[in-house]
Write a protein that binds this ligand. Sequence first.
Ligand code: HEC
Length: 194
Amino acid sequence: MGKFSKKIAVAVMSCAALMTTVSIPVIAEDAAPTDIKDRTSPPDPVSELAKQDGYKFEDGRYRNKDGDPQPVATKDYMVDWGTWNGFRRYHDACHVCHGPNALGSTFAPALADSLKTMDYSTFVGIVSAGKKEDRGGTMFVMPSFGEDKNIMCYLDDIYTYIKARSLGIMPPGRPNGREDISDEAKKAADECTG
Ligand code: HEC
């Protein structure tokens, strides 16, 4: 055994020792939507971070200078209300095709990658109108959700969740906590769902 492989063996052993003694906050890889607890967290870290990022809070969510909704996630994965709600709604409505954690499937693209280049209005346009593509005789169909209030009324939330995944500010799994819903967000959702 050379010097090199001995080093690896030591590293593996100390790693195993670490795993048995230290409990690391686990972000579940396959968090089921039904499993999500309604955990609250002090809102300050999230809103402070949003301020540092230069976002304004308008109509119930954080927005950039163009008015596009933006996710805010602290180092310990406390998120704004929209991102948290978007996580739940994505895993209700989109993950069956687009895979858990926005990582894609054999059938539909990884939206965490799509949003690295796709802008907000293109995203909204595709979800509203749908999209289909014939690839070598197989039809890949993205349904149109334009008439579905359960999606359209929360599409900004879904967008911010996927954006958080694409920016790399949220690991796979559910957020560790969230801000409370604001009066504005509640009002906007109530008015939209009618
Ligand atoms: C029934 C399966 C299915 C469901 C459910 C679904 N999608 Fe899709 N989606 C697709 C397929 C397939 C494509 C790729 C279509 C193509 O190849 O043109 C797609 C494409 C997209 C694209 C374009 C991605 C790109 O890189 O061009 C976006 C954005 C998108 N979907 C968002 C969503 C959102 C948000 C939801 C949940 C509200 C959702 N989809 C639910 C199947 C689905």
